[in-house]
Structures are given as structure tokens and as C-alpha cells.
Design a protein around this ligand. Structure first.
Ligand code: IPE
Ligand code: IPE
Ligand code: MG
Length: 235
């Protein structure tokens, strides 16, 4: 079995899962965060080198005040847990997205999480927080324009690879496999540049119920596909 080097996940369905149990949406988020800890470890044990998960989109601010507040509390707790897991499991954590919209204490903990794990050599774990692809691309264009104006880069030096180095995923290879849980089949502004050649796998299973076995199913399906990157099947 070929194990994809980089798996990206849109962990969706926390709210619907909680509702189906007669529980509030934030209960679903809490259980979803717990499950992420488990899947993270499973992914690493399977041989996955990079795992990138979508935790909060630039659009998710539009949710109710109550839900957003609950999510921020959860991210505070999760950041602390993640710091410990990173230390115990030699995991290197990167944050994708623009954390400047978060409260200063959360921004500080995220910085600490990244800084304290930067030399770790185990799983590369990317958490997308206040992340949107369009926002990421616009931020990259702004920085590249500044570098151009200040003479650090010439327009003819802007190539696909130099541009990619301005994205939040600089240093991270493109995902081989994208998984979206809970039935929706859309990108919701996730990694649009990086997913150009990624295999997509959609499952009805909601995130809090997603198991190692479901991850295996996605990897099996991935193995059944021939990835040609623009080549032809006969070639
Ligand atoms: C995904 O679950 C987690 C976040 C977007 C924060 P949802 O909250 O989107 O759950 P559903 O899709 O409404 O069930
Ligand atoms: C995408 O899920 C964002 C995250 C998983 C963090 P959403 O549930 O917010 O996406 P839409 O609104 O259904 O497209
Ligand atoms: Mg959703």
C-alpha cells in the first residue's frame, strides 16, 4: 500500500453530529477536537509525514456569537494540549492562516506552539486557523508586491515556485490526498493553490465519528487511482 506523504482534511460535520445526539453544536466541536488528537497519532503511525487540518475558516466568523466564543475557548485549550502532544510525539506544528484576528493571548500561545516545536522531526502538523485560500493568496501578493517595490525580487523572478514560497504552506509539499468528512463536496476556500493535483475523497462520516478505519478506506481508495499529473494513461 502506498501511503500518501501529505494528507489534508476538511473536518466537517461536528454540528450535525452533535445535533443528531440531541447535543449543542459546541459539544460536537469539543468531541471533534478530541478525535483530532487520536487521528493525528494514527496518521503518524501509518507513515503519513504531513497532516493539514482545517479548524476555522475566514468565513466561520459569520457563525453565532455563542458558537464563535465556544470555538475560541476550545482553540485555547487545544493549543495547550497540542503543545504537550508535540513535545511527547516529536511533532512539528505550523499554523496556516492569519492569526492576527484572534485575541492576543491565543496569538501568543500559537506562536509558542510553533516556536517550541520547530525543531521536531516527527509528524508535520499544519493547523489552518482563520484560514481562507483567497486571503492567503492576497496576503502573498501583498508581500511579493512589497518585495518587488523594495527591490528584493524582480517581476520576472516571480514563478510558480517562488510564488508558493510566499504562501503559508512554504516548506510544505502539496497534499497527495484531500479528505472531507460529512458529505459536502466542496472546498470551502481550502488550499486552492496547493490542491491543484490532489486526489479528493469524500465520506458521509461526520468528523467526530471518523476513525482510523475510515482513514484506511481513504488511503485504499487513493491507492486505486492512477496519478498522472497531466500525462496520459497509455504513456
Ligand atoms: C466543522 O464542523 C468544524 C468547523 C467548521 C469549525 P461544522 O461546525 O461545520 O459542522 P456542520 O457542518 O455544521 O455539521
Ligand atoms: C469548512 O467547513 C471550514 C472548516 C472545516 C473549518 P464549513 O462547514 O465552515 O464549510 P461550509 O460553510 O459548509 O462551506
Ligand atoms: Mg460544516
Amino acid at each position: 500500500m502506498v501511503i500518501p506523504q501529505h494528507v489534508a482534511i476538511i473536518l466537517d460535520g461536528n454540528g450535525r453530529w452533535a445535533k443528531s445526539k440531541g447535543m449543542p453544536r459546541n459539544y460536537g466541536h469539543a468531541r471533534g477536537a478530541k478525535n483530532l488528537e487520536v487521528i493525528c497519532e494514527d496518521a503518524y503511525n501509518m507513515g503519513i509525514k504531513y497532516l493539514t487540518v482545517y479548524l476555522f475558516s475566514t468565513e466561520n466568523w459569520k457563525r453565532s456569537r455563542d458558537e464563535v466564543d465556544g470555538l475560541m475557548r476550545l482553540f485555547r485549550r487545544y493549543t495547550k494540549t497540542c503543545m504537550k502532544t508535540a513535545r511527547d510525539n516529536n511533532m512539528k506544528v505550523r499554523v496556516l492562516g492569519d492569526p492576527s484576528a484572534f485575541d492576543p493571548d491565543l496569538q501568543e500561545s500559537l506562536k509558542e506552539l510553533v516556536e517550541s516545536s520547530k525543531d521536531n522531526t516527527g509528524l508535520n502538523f499544519q493547523i489552518a486557523l482563520n484560514y481562507g485560500s483567497r486571503d492567503e493568496i492576497v496576503r502573498a501578493v501583498r508581500r511579493i508586491s512589497t518585495d518587488c517595490m523594495e527591490g528584493r525580487i524582480r517581476p520576472e523572478e516571480i514563478t510558480e515556485s517562488s510564488f508558493a514560497s510566499y504562501l503559508d504552506t512554504a516548506e510544505v509539499p502539496d497534499p497527495d490526498l484531500l479528505i472531507r468528512t460529512s458529505g459536502e463536496q466542496r472546498l470551502s476556500n481550502y488550499l486552492m493553490w496547493q490542491l491543484a493535483y490532489t486526489e479528493f475523497y469524500f465520506t458521509e462520516v461526520p468528523w467526530p465519528a471518523f476513525t482510523k478505519n475510515d482513514l484506511w478506506k481513504a488511503i485504499e481508495k487513493f491507492n486505486g487511482r492512477s496519478r498522472l499529473y497531466g500525462g496520459n494513461r497509455e504513456g
